[in-house]
Write a protein that binds this ligand. Structure first.
Ligand SMILES: *[C@@H]1O[C@H](CO)[C@@H](O)[C@H](O)[C@H]1NC(C)=O
Ligand SMILES: *[C@@H]1O[C@H](CO)[C@@H](O)[C@H](O)[C@H]1NC(C)=O
Ligand SMILES: *[C@@H]1O[C@H](CO)[C@@H](O)[C@H](O)[C@H]1NC(C)=O
Ligand SMILES: *[C@@H]1O[C@H](CO)[C@@H](O)[C@H](O)[C@H]1NC(C)=O
Length: 209
């Protein structure tokens, strides 16, 4: 009886430690695996570009991916934005890189130029990695900044295609990022909500009269 009582806790403890060991080992195994998969995907992506020309990245959306389309001397162009990368404000609503930079890096290309930063001159060199049309404070149906909403950003790309800055081969080798991070929810929805309150107030008053 006494022996059994001792045996149970010991086996339980053993089981407990094995579980604990597996618990701690697994995320690390998983992480290592993820890392290998990522490295392989990155290699595959680069391999793909070597055989299919330079990949282009077209970016649409809001501040989560904007790399310099916001109006000058405002918002993302003011300190402390850009403090850790590139060291000065660079039009990113971040102290460092934004999603666009990470995806471009993953693809092995330079961060695509921001539409508003395209300058006369080495155009084909500037457009080589694609274009970022995203602008902080914009959404799919509404914007709190002066920037173009999603449909207008797509229109900007359309115009570039019509002016033959990109051909079908370029487009076939391109990837698009679309970021909708909440400006619609935050502002458009709020406006609709306020409108409903105003209308319901009016209706209530009318009923009272
Ligand atoms: C285009 O040329 C300008 C100088 O004329 C240079 O500063 C810029 O880095 C060049 N852009 C690209 C993408 O090479
Ligand atoms: C900065 O941008 C915001 C949002 O578009 C705008 O409301 C504000 O007037 C701008 N400020 C200046 C100084 O232009
Ligand atoms: C498309 O444009 C790229 C440069 O962006 C050029 O290298 C390629 O030859 C063009 N392809 C055709 C079919 O015009
Ligand atoms: C682009 O891709 C489409 C669909 O896969 C294909 O039909 C077309 O021939 C491609 N065009 C070029 C120029 O690669």
């Amino acid at each position: 009886m006494e022996k059994r009582q001792r045996f149970l806790p010991v086996s339980f403890l053993f089981f407990f430690f094995i579980t604990l060991a597996v618990w701690f080992a697994c995320p690390q195994i998983g992480a290592a695996d993820d890392h290998r998969t990522t490295a392989r995907a990155r290699r595959d992506a680069r391999e793909h570009h070597r055989h299919n020309g330079h990949v282009k990245l077209f970016v649409f959306g809001d501040s989560y991916v904007d790399t310099g389309n916001f109006e000058p001397n405002n918002g993302s162009w003011l300190p402390p934005f850009g403090r850790t990368f590139p060291g000065v404000p660079s039009g990113r609503f971040s102290d460092g890189r934004v999603l666009t930079d990470y995806i471009a890096d993953f693809l092995g290309i330079r961060t695509p130029i921001a539409y508003q930063q395209i300058r006369v001159g080495n155009i084909s060199e500037q457009l080589k990695s694609g274009v970022n049309f995203a602008c902080g404070g914009t959404g799919i149906v509404s914007a709190i900044s002066k920037g173009p909403i999603l449909g207008d950003q797509i229109g900007q790309l359309g115009q570039m295609i019509r002016h033959r800055f990109y051909n079908q081969t370029d487009l076939n080798n391109s990837i698009a990022i679309v970021a909708a991070s909440g400006n619609d929810y935050l502002y458009a929805t709020l406006q609709v909500f306020l409108l409903i309150i105003i209308i319901s107030n009016l209706v209530t008053r009318t009923n009272l009269i």
